[in-house]
Design a protein around this ligand. Structure first.
Ligand SMILES: Cc1cc2nc3c(=O)[nH]c(=O)nc-3n(C[C@H](O)[C@H](O)[C@H](O)COP(=O)(O)O)c2cc1C
Length: 131
């Protein structure tokens, strides 16, 4: 089992239809046996992909080439004993009116992750909240 975490910036002038991204992702990920989480706000994406290494890499190569985002930076890539973000085909977290609820959701989703990955997600949400 393999896990990849990346961050990227929403491409300028691209209206982002997050529901469209999620529905295609969930369909494809179900077929490929991939799971994970996508955090998205008006400026950034932070995504974790989990599954067999070959499937994670193939999907990530497709995602990386997607013109809806740019400056894709891999934060972590590692072998894991078991899925750390649960069985979601692609769980979604986004800022709403309640920043604490968002943080709680991200913390719940990342509860099984390694301390480093968990800290990455928590720090990211805190930073975006302060921005
Ligand atoms: C931020 C972001 C995250 C994405 N995540 C996934 C994903 O987890 N799985 C996936 O198959 N496609 C994902 N996509 C979409 C892919 O880039 C690509 O458009 C899609 O996989 C093409 O699917 P299709 O060939 O079935 O049309 C994502 C796109 C963006 C911009």
């Amino acid at each position: 089992m393999f896990q990849l975490v990346y961050v990227s910036s929403v491409a300028a002038g691209q209206p982002i239809d997050i529901d469209a991204i999620l529905s295609i992702s969930r369909r494809n990920n179900r077929i490929a046996g991939l799971t994970g989480m996508l955090y998205a706000d008006a400026r950034r994406f932070l995504q974790v992909l989990e599954g067999e290494e070959v499937d994670v890499i193939a999907t990530f190569e497709r995602i990386k080439a997607d013109p809806r985002h740019r400056a894709v930076v891999v934060l972590s890539r590692r072998h894991i004993a078991a899925r750390e973000f649960g069985a979601w085909e692609m769980a979604h977290a986004a800022p709403g009116h309640d920043a604490d609820a968002l943080l709680a959701r991200v913390e719940a989703l990342s509860a099984g992750a390694s301390p480093t990955v968990r800290a990455t997600f928590a720090g990211f949400v805190e930073a975006r909240r302060a921005a």
